[in-house]
Design a protein around this ligand. Structure first.
Ligand code: SF4
Length: 355
């Protein structure tokens, strides 16, 4: 690869940065050329954008920084409020880590981020990607930033044929060879923008590409076949039951255990998640439960979940136990994760006329 790349690394950063200077995306977390990046906003956006699209993050980011504009504000927030504000973005450990990292920044660093990639790595929730992205974009440190867009662009520039995920070390090493000593943050964002707007997964628009002359996959033809992805193993199917227990115009909600999937989130009660439908196992109260015709499916990273919904009317509010009765008309404000919001909509539609 090095021999093939000998003519590439030298002018590629300049070509890409020149393109970025006129074509950069205007994003709410991104500093304008005349501004100094705000580390808090850079970090927050990088965490929100992991596993979530720019379109979905935009309004959530704006609402978040309006509510918690600084590390100190976030460090002082109630974790339950933060989790509710995160509802629907998925991968909820990210939200818990945001609060933990904000507390650490306030307690150990006087409310200011440490500036080096190595020091950032010691904060809660900072993996290699987040530390590199914040160090480069917020502080201009030369750090190698590889997200999914960068991964695709680099695999094509260097015509890396090894399938993902085994190709990751080679892609990172290749990205290292083209990361410039200055403007490393702009270079990272330029590569991300190129991947998002031109070097797209299925139909790269190579004729508009500012680094086409450096691209081995373009020279070889059919760059869209890269990066090669290893065949996915089918995900296991699991089953569960969600319980919709109404009392008058309220429904029972619980707080999920802090550890585990969707930990700490407000939710409808569930039974065990099992290899076969568990029906009424784990019902939150004795009642005349009825399995509804409707159900919901949800894909997690490691398995697919197929959930039935059981509904009943509670005779007395005292069955709530550690749960809380929540007005059905205000369920939008409960901060339910997507899975439970879907189940609540499905249950309401069917229960309205039947209970
Ligand atoms: Fe991607 Fe095509 Fe540009 Fe190569 S030439 S980096 S494949 S858009």
């Amino acid at each position: 690869m090095d021999a093939k790349r000998s003519s590439v690394a030298s002018d590629l950063p300049a070509d890409l940065l020149a393109w970025y200077d006129t074509h950069r995306r205007d994003l709410p977390w991104r500093a304008k050329p005349s501004e100094t990046p705000d580390p808090y906003r850079v970090w927050l956006s990088e965490v929100m954008l992991q596993q979530t699209t720019v379109a979905a993050v935009r309004p959530r980011f704006e609402a978040w920084v309006a509510r918690w504009p600084t590390f100190a504000d976030l460090a002082a927030a109630q974790e339950a409020d933060v989790m509710a504000a995160w509802a629907g973005l998925g991968y909820y450990a990210r939200a818990r880590n945001l609060v933990a990292a904000a507390k650490a920044v306030v307690a150990d660093h006087g409310g200011v981020f440490p500036t080096s990639e190595a020091a950032l790595r010691r904060l809660p929730g900072f993996g290699a990607y987040t530390a590199a992205a914040v160090a480069a974009i917020a502080f201009g440190e030369r750090a190698v930033v590889v997200d999914a867009n960068v991964e695709r662009v680099v695999a094509r520039l260097f015509a890396i044929e090894t399938p993902l995920p085994a190709a990751r070390p080679a892609i990172r090493a290749a990205a290292d060879t083209i990361t410039p000593a200055t403007r490393a943050g702009d270079f990272a964002q330029a590569t991300m923008d190129l991947g998002a707007t031109i070097c797209t997964p299925r139909a790269p628009r190579c004729l508009l590409c500012p680094v086409r002359r450096h691209c081995l996959a373009f020279a070889q033809g059919a760059p869209e076949r890269l990066p090669v992805k290893a065949a996915k193993r089918p995900r296991p199917q699991r089953h569960g039951t969600i319980f919709w227990l109404q009392h008058g115009q309220d429904v029972l909600l619980v707080r999920r255990p802090a550890k585990g999937l969707l930990g700490g989130m407000r939710a409808l009660p569930t039974g065990p998640w099992a290899d076969a439908p568990p029906d009424l196992d784990g019902a939150p109260a004795a009642a005349s439960w009825r399995m509804l015709d409707t159900g919901v499916t949800h894909g997690f990273t490691h398995f697919d979940l197929d959930l039935g919904i059981a509904a009943a009317q509670a005779d007395s509010p005292s069955v709530a136990g550690a749960g809380e009765w929540w007005p059905i008309a205000d369920l939008d404000t409960a901060g339910l994760p997507t899975l439970f919001a879907k189940a609540a909509r499905a249950a309401q539609t069917e229960v309205e006329t039947e209970i």
